[in-house]
Design a protein around this ligand. Sequence first.
Ligand code: TXA
Ligand code: MG
Length: 333
Amino acid sequence: MTKIAAPINDVLQEAAALIKAGEVVAFPTETVYGLGADATNAKAVAKIFAAKGRPSFNPLISHGFDQEQLEEEGIFDSRARALADQFWPGPLTMILPKHPRARICDLTRAGLETVALRVPDHAVALKLIETCGVPLAAPSANRSGTLSPTSPHHVAASLADAVPPVPLILAGGACAVGLESTVIDLTGREVVILRAGAISAEDIEQYLDESVTYELTPTEAPRSPGQLLRHYAPGIPMRLQAVDVAADEALLAFGPLKFMGIKGGGHARDLPPHQIRNLSEGGDLLEAAANFFAYLRDLDQPEFSKIAVMDIPAIGIGIAINERLSRAAKAGE
Ligand code: TXA
Ligand code: MG
């Protein structure tokens, strides 16, 4: 059952306790309602993808309490500082290189070396983030492929049957902006807007010594590989639906290894530890999603000829895992 409650103090404490326990909570921002989880906890973030039924691991925005908190997650250059001073809190998301000591997890970043950061301009969101003490990963709080929610009732209607369920919606009234934030890429030499929002190129140009261009691409089909969805692609080829593993391959396993053999003889469980990662020994898809990017990265070593990947059922969040796997496999072909 989803509880919808006004964000009085006790309810905010309850929301923060849920987030710290690895649950998701819907909360208001000035743009749209977000479905939030601890951005540093991959298992919690996996629940966002599952509850939304998001078909692929699109990277998520991490919401901070203030610039100081987010300076520990991304590398701010002078442009980023100028824009943060001017537009935060507010509907501007900045893509920055990931800080070497960033706590935001791989799944939040969809395996990228960049982070998407913003400070929302909403008292409830800020209070929640402050109480949690960690940045909150939050896409819009709606079922994937449906309209973004700008009231708590939209959230309830859209995520009523979500699996896993959303335990709590903080009801903060209608969103003032009602459109998702402007997403701006500051990782390259040129400043590029990847998603249009309330803050325009002209607004941004006033605070920079350079021009700002739009590169708006359909979210699922980037026109060039350098654009929006630069998902993580391993450096070595992948072999999907593997029912055995070659001695020189790494193994990305899922579930029990009982029937996995090494080609030419031997048992997969006897491979050296650095050659094998099991996404979830118990076959738990949420756990697998949470481990996915980190484990893929562990096995992406030139000493292996390929990464053999065991079959992962395409149900629930398994659809997102499979979609990500086939993209990664294609990128390496
Ligand atoms: O207004 C908003 O931004 C709302 C509220 C809740 O804050 N959030 C939101 O999140 O719209 P979401 O997940 O629906 O959109 C995030 C967008 C996606 O288009 C995603 O591809 C892009 O930001 N994005 C996130 N991280 C990125 C990265 N590292 N590089 C490029 N694009 C990124
Ligand atoms: Mg959305």
